[in-house]
Ligand binder design. Structure first.
Ligand code: GLY
Length: 421
């Protein structure tokens, strides 16, 4: 099969890596890709806003499957367009992507389908939101309704911080239109997990989970990021809890999608908080998580291409998923300054000297080749991903590679997976 992957992160690098392992993978393309992806796939720039350009590329290269990584493409209706033109596409249509692109839509969906979620109020008026803040207990969670690259959720400890956050979103428009509407949500004190399930028109198939570290610095300090590292599995997640997640969250969501007549062909990411052994949905994402994907795909033993291809034909029911029992840790190496401002085109001198092996794979995110040198090209730059017999062993391997990389223009968290082995 000829495949086109859309995206440029470490998530897409791991997707390309997993697809490439399949015997059925013939030609692999990626747009736009990065310096790591271009080693295993042919990279080509296709404009997200020029759907016809993507379609023409698919036709010219006899593409059998398009795999959409980032939410922006889904929000933009790329999946709808390609599916309507007869191109098999992994990733939900725009209507279903609203589960991620509108927090208020997701909240109504959750309530309608009797899925446990924190209590909330939505606001389109700045003054009403500010008035409401005088009536709540802290901490409280404030969310921009639309897409904000993982940075639109703030846990506010007191009234001052909450007022500033609301003004930042609604008045100063830090997230543009995404903050015109906001959600103010009850804070649930528990631990967070990212759970993933494949879905097609007829069925769903749980894949697994990872625990993400969203804050920039050690011990969960600093601003929220897209994710600084994650690990799987965790001793905190029992078989019983997984059963509950599948029955009370995934199955109810799948049935809800059916009721709405949303045809969902892709992966659904359930952002959960576990409190008193009960899973509360705090968000849906209509794509793989980054960096969660990097860990989960390293454990997957079933042919990834077969899974994705079966979904596009609504034959997911024929697939059985097998995961390795090993543990995986992924540590993100980011540019100094991320998630705020950072410099680009910084040389990563030691990267060329380090070869991937059975234990550790370095998935690239913001990297590019400049005059035959590997340089940074974004906030999150590399995902060092190691597998081991337990979390401790996987951590050891990942951190050894990070030490060797010794990148002076970057930083990484030292405590990924530390609390859980
Ligand atoms: N790591 C969280 C996300 O991908 O949204």
């Amino acid at each position: 099969m000829n495949i086109l992957v859309l995206g440029s992160g470490a998530r897409e690098h791991s997707i390309c890596w997993a697809l490439k392992k399949s015997k059925k993978c013939e030609k692999l393309f990626c747009s736009p890709g990065n310096a790591g992806i271009e080693k295993i796939a042919e990279c080509k720039f296709l404009n997200l806003n020029k759907k016809l350009q993507i379609l023409n590329f698919c036709k010219k290269n006899s593409i059998d499957l398009v795999v959409i990584g980032p939410e922006e493409y889904l929000a933009n209706g790329v999946s709808d367009y390609l599916q309507n033109k007869g191109i098999k596409t992994f990733g939900p249509v725009k209507k279903a992507a609203k589960l991620e692109t509108s927090k208020s839509f997701a909240k109504s969906f959750l309530l309608k389908n009797e899925i446990l979620t924190p209590k909330y109020h939505k606001f389109t008026s700045l003054n009403k939101a500010l008035d409401y803040l005088n009536t709540v207990n802290f901490p409280i969670v404030i969310k921009a309704d639309g897409l904000a690259a993982g940075k639109g959720v703030v846990i506010c400890k007191n009234l001052n911080q909450a007022e500033d956050t609301v003004k930042l979103m609604m008045k100063k428009k830090k997230f543009g239109n995404a903050g015109e509407k906001i959600i103010i949500e009850e804070f649930i004190d528990g631990f967070e997990i990212s759970y993933f399930s494949f879905i097609d028109k007829n069925t769903f198939l749980p894949l697994g989970y990872a625990l993400d570290h969203k804050r920039a610095f050690d011990h969960d300090r600093g601003p929220n990021t897209g994710g600084m590292g994650c690990f799987t599995p965790s001793k905190k997640v029992s078989k019983n809890l997984e059963k509950k997640i599948i029955k009370n969250v995934i199955e109810k969501t799948f049935l809800g999608l059916k009721k709405e007549n949303f045809i969902y062909r892709g992966i659904l990411f359930f952002g959960l908080i576990i409190k008193n052994k009960e899973p509360y949905v705090i968000e849906y994402n209509v794509r793989f998580g980054d960096p969660e994907c990097q860990t989960i795909l390293r454990k997957l033993k079933t042919d990834f291409l077969e899974i994705l291809s079966s979904i596009t034909k609504d034959k997911l029911g024929e697939i059985k998923i097998t995961n390795s029992r090993k543990s995986v840790v992924c540590v993100v190496l980011a540019s100094k300054g991320y998630p705020e401002s950072y410099e680009k085109e910084k040389l990563i001198p030691n990267l060329k000297k380090i070869k991937d092996n059975n234990r550790t794979i370095i998935f690239h995110a913001g990297t590019k080749t400049l005059s035959s040198n590997l340089v940074s090209n974004g906030g999150r730059v590399l995902s060092v991903t190691s597998i081991g017999k337990d979390i401790k062993e996987a951590r050891k391997s990942a951190y050894k590679v990070l030490k060797k990389l010794n990148w002076k223009d970057g930083f990484y968290r030292k405590d990924i997976g530390f609390k859980n082995f």
